[in-house]
Design a protein around this ligand. Structure first.
Ligand SMILES: *[C@@H]1O[C@H](CO)[C@@H](O)[C@H](O)[C@H]1NC(C)=O
Ligand SMILES: *[C@@H]1O[C@H](CO)[C@@H](O)[C@H](O)[C@H]1NC(C)=O
Length: 437
């Protein structure tokens, strides 16, 4: 190694933080004009490795500041402070269709950031980096508590923010893949909201009886939050993504039990038979299976199942009934679900009903279905097993990586503001304090 390069200094600040916080990657002590490649490597819990990299040229002071200097190529280009995370992709030779999702939220994502000499594209594992540091990215802030919930036959996990509370609450529903997915609820708790991640498609009760849960399952989950001593029972929100949005619409519009302060619906649709069970809802989608499209890469596109948007009021949630603020987040390149078309129809329905003042729509060009917390790597397609048919397919979600990543950052920031305003705002929420946020 060139003696001049012996003291390359690499720093990442902060080296430990929440997954939605920015970091600054700084390379110092190289020669002016020195060419280098910054590389990020993450080995996820299932053993698959993900990487991102970008080529830089040091400035006249012998420095590269990833937050200010342009990448000249790699898995992203231009000035992208967080490109090393959002452009992570499976290393060459990995099996197709991977999606990066943290399972154990009690441990951090450990990402190794390294600097290599020269402008590189491949073969990183065979080279010795000039410097490396490991950064920790957490979903759970210090003091956040994780509490598994089984009462009432629920399969759920409650995340309580640090401090004694009481805190506003949130019911968090993921989409059609089922399973208890905790990372978003953990992150919301890190921002001061007691959040209950709920498995409603593959909970223990369904596995044991073979039956889908009834509508009361969601009301029982709501009661757990409402009655928890550290939750403000009058300040509860629901947040759903994809199929979780279908459930959220229905509960927000029709439940006699659940009283929401606000709702966030990401990449979903209000189209569904309004007086049916969860099972009937899934069956209604299956009935339209002929409308499934498969592209030349053998990726499955489901969005047409719900198109065109029906005019029959029995086939869509009457969003005119909503009485709480609603935030819709949609990707204009959503190939999985017609969230964009649905948002147009919802807007018209709410205008006709005179409650459009409750509606906020965030619509993002070149953005796909999986709108996740910021810096989550974009998966344009991934393997997906439907709960109803148990069929394993390659689902096309859509989106273009840089635009999708920008949308995730913007949508998350605005979602937190929306939740804060509606859950903490208004009349004095007692002990709840903005200092938790
Ligand atoms: C090089 O970049 C660093 C970090 O952005 C900056 O502080 C410094 O002023 C730059 N040097 C020159 C000569 O532009
Ligand atoms: C690197 O860039 C960030 C963002 O502009 C800035 O806050 C930070 O001070 C820079 N670091 C140095 C050493 O110039």
């Amino acid at each position: 190694m060139d003696r001049k390069q012996c003291c390359v200094k690499l720093s990442v600040q902060p080296s430990r933080g929440l997954v939605d916080k920015k970091f600054i990657v700084l390379v110092q002590n190289v020669l002016p004009g020195f060419q280098l490649t910054v590389h990020a490597l993450y080995q996820c819990e299932d053993g698959h490795s993900w990487e991102a990299f970008a080529r830089y040229t040091a400035n006249a002071s012998g420095t590269v500041n990833v937050s200010e200097h342009p990448s000249l190529g790699g898995t992203y280009s231009g000035v992208e402070p967080m490109g090393l995370l959002w452009s992570l992709r499976p290393v060459p030779g990995s099996k197709p269709g991977l999606r990066l999702r943290k399972v154990n939220v009690q441990t951090p994502m450990e990402v190794m950031i390294s600097v290599y000499q020269g402008h590189q594209t491949e073969g990183f594992v065979d080279q010795v980096p000039l410097a490396s540091v490991v950064v920790e990215r957490w979903y759970m802030a210090p003091g956040v508590r994780r509490i598994p919930i089984t009462e009432g036959g629920l399969t759920a996990t409650l995340f309580l923010p640090s401090g004694s509370g009481p805190f506003p609450g949130l019911l968090d529903l993921w989409g059609g893949g089922g399973k208890l997915v905790e990372y978003r609820a953990a992150l919301l708790a890190s921002h001061g909201i007691a959040s209950l991640a709920l498995d409603y498609l593959t909970p223990k009760i369904t596995i044991e009886t073979g039956k889908f849960v009834d509508n009361q399952y969601f009301e029982r989950a709501y009661r757990v939050l409402e009655q928890h001593p550290q939750v403000l029972g009058s300040r509860i929100a629901m947040l759903g993504l994809s199929f979780g949005t279908s459930v959220t619409f229905k509960i927000a519009a029709y439940s006699q039990v659940v009283k929401l302060r606000c709702a966030v619906c990401i990449s979903g649709s209000h189209v569904q038979p309004i007086d049916g069970t969860l099972e009937q809802l899934l069956t209604s989608f299956s009935k339209n299976a002929v409308k499934t499209r498969i592209n030349e890469e053998n990726q499955v596109i489901w969005r047409d199942l719900l198109l065109p948007i029906p005019t029959d009021p029995a086939l869509k949630v009457d969003v005119g009934r909503l009485q709480c603020p609603l935030l819709l987040v949609v990707g204009e390149d959503d190939q999985n679900w017609p969230a964009y078309e649905s948002a147009q129809d919802i807007r018209e329905m709410m205008e006709r009903a005179g409650n459009s003042h409750l509606l906020t729509v965030l619509s993002y060009p070149n953005t796909g279905h999986l709108i996740e917390p910021p810096y989550t790597p974009h998966a344009r397609a991934s393997t997906f097993k439907t709960v109803h048919t148990r069929e394993k397919v390659m689902a096309l979600w859509g989106g273009e990586t840089a635009a999708h990543s920008r949308a995730q950052e913007d949508a998350w920031r605005k979602t937190l503001v929306f939740l804060r305003e509606n859950l903490y705002g208004g009349t004095n929420p007692g002990a709840a304090s903005l200092s938790h946020l």
